[in-house]
Design a protein around this ligand. Structure first.
Ligand code: SF4
Length: 480
């Protein structure tokens, strides 16, 4: 009999340390498959039923291998479980020192530069786009800003989740940057003490980074430039991967995109006419989208929407020219604000172009509500998107990437992880094919569940109940 591997020894040590710890063959089988895949630079799709202990089954081989690993989860609950329970437990029993970090999207961290700007403006700003979406008062008062300054001074992380009270959306919008606004630390006067940059540096130094799959999707969309380079990625809750990656590599644009642009530009240019036009365009855009609510377009955009988007693009171009003409006179603050606006404008132009250039490789629809309609576009075939962005990324980026987006100052880091693991208690049939995982490197397995559902579960079909749509169904099922 061969001697146990380091992965097996670590799993055994953890198992023995737990009060009700018992060996789980499925967990070991899964861990060994992942260990082999990491060694051979292959990929694994593994269904691991309830009770397998799948998080340790991927954490242990990743930690033992010493390879930089990103764990991507669909839910915050799982992120919390990994960061506060599984990883500390693993660190106690791992032969090697282990560090980890949870990394969130940039808009989750307080932006010191935005706070400085808002403070210099003395509060009392109105943030139309955000208020429009929330339907609430949109005033950012000096008191709000004082609370944010106190938070900035006291917090180690600047993470919004650490605030004692959830801030109103428009207040947070005034002191944070959206995904397409930050010009990068090198161009920012507060880059050296930026919370988001600090979180990113900690992640870069950690052995294991925990993120959510939305952030991973944005990382792919931005030519793999948001997360630090890594060797292994594990998608837990992989049954959600298709939907999330599809949403994050697609486009979602509503009137708020333009009111938000007006807000960003308002911090830089005293051009009342342009700002008014952007707000008016946002209203016209909402009115144009509203009749199409719930519609799905298969063969190009309806003419009225195509025309509207062209006009919006023209307006954004106008804004872009106005920004370009600003003389920053070498002022670091002005340079940052100009770069931030240019980044936001550039991203919006690209999104307008992609929507206007919509073809049959994507699907487009109008979602939201009458008050806040949105046009959405997503790739029809997520496998093609992943092939371009993940399995075989182009060295110079691909069409769908948002250039100029706030990522790392080092620029895009090409080179996908050499091992990808997809795991869930319920792997959807055909997932590996739809994701276009290279078959020559792929291992698929189902390690089952340690629970004896066959002998301990009961399926009860109340066939005598009325149809679920009938008026009497609720009452009858409550009685049952
Ligand atoms: S680098 Fe970006 S997120 Fe950080 S303070 Fe500057 S503008 Fe804000």
């Amino acid at each position: 009999m061969s001697s146990p591997t380091a992965t097996e020894r670590t799993l055994d040590a953890i198992c023995n340390a737990l009060p009700a710890g018992e060996e789980r063959p499925g967990q070991k089988e899964m861990a060994n498959a992942i260990r082999a895949a990491i060694q051979q630079e292959g990929h694994v799709v593994v269904q691991a039923g309830t009770g397998t202990g799948k998080s340790l089954a991927y954490l242990v081989p990743a930690a033992v291998s010493g390879r930089k690993t990103v764990i991507s989860t669909a839910t915050k609950a799982l992120q919390d479980q990994l960061a506060t329970k599984d990883l500390p437990l693993l660190a106690e029993h791992c032969d090697r020192p282990l560090t980890w970090s949870v990394l969130k999207g940039r808009s989750n961290y307080l932006c010191l530069q935005r706070l400085d700007e808002a403070t210099a403006a003395g509060g009392q700003q109105t943030l139309g786009g955000v208020a429009e979406a929330s339907g609430a008062s949109d005033l950012v008062t000096p008191r709000h800003l004082r609370l944010m300054q106190e938070f900035a001074a006291a917090s180690e992380t600047g993470d919004r989740a650490e605030l004692d009270e959830e801030p109103q959306p428009w207040v947070w919008a005034a002191v944070s940057v959206g995904p397409n606004e930050c010009p990068g630390a090198a161009k920012c006067p507060r880059g050296d003490d930026c919370f988001a940059e600090r979180a990113r540096s900690q992640a870069a130094a950690a052995d294991i980074i925990v993120v959510n799959t939305h952030l991973y999707g944005l990382h792919l969309r931005n030519n793999q430039a948001i997360l630090p380079p890594h060797d292994v990625v594990v998608f837990d809750e992989a049954h959600e991967v298709e939907d999330i990656i599809s949403a994050t590599t697609g486009i979602s644009m509503g009137p708020g995109s333009f009111t938000n642009l007006a807000r960003v530009i308002d911090t830089l240019i005293l051009d009342v006419e342009l700002i008014d036009h952007l707000h008016a365009d946002a209203k016209r855009f909402a009115a144009a989208l509203e009749p199409h609510l719930g519609s799905r377009f298969r063969r190009g955009l309806p003419p009225d929407l195509a025309e509207m988007l062209s006009q919006m693009r023209e307006r954004v171009n106008q804004a872009s020219n106005a920004v370009r003409q600003i003389n920053d006179s070498g002022s670091p603050d002005l340079i940052t604000r100009k770069a931030r606006v240019a980044t936001a404008v550039g991203a919006l132009v690209i999104e307008c172009d992609q929507l206007i250039g919509f073809d049959d490789s994507s699907v487009m629809w109008v979602s939201g509500t009458q008050d806040a309609p949105r046009i959405e576009m997503a790739p029809l075939d997520i496998g093609v998107t992943l092939d371009q962005l993940f399995w075989n990324p182009e060295p110079l980026g691909v069409e769908i990437a948002v250039t100029g987006s706030a990522t790392s100052d080092q620029g895009p880091a090409f080179g996908s992880p050499t091992t990808a693991v997809f795991t869930s208690a319920t792997i959807p049939p055909g997932l590996a094919t739809r994701l276009q995982i290279p078959t020559e490197k792929l291992v698929e397995l189902d390690v089952g569940t340690p629970f004896d559902f066959e002998n301990n579960a009961l399926l009860y079909c109340a066939t005598h109940l009325p149809e679920p749509r009938s008026n009497t169904f609720l009452e009858a099922s409550a009685e049952e």
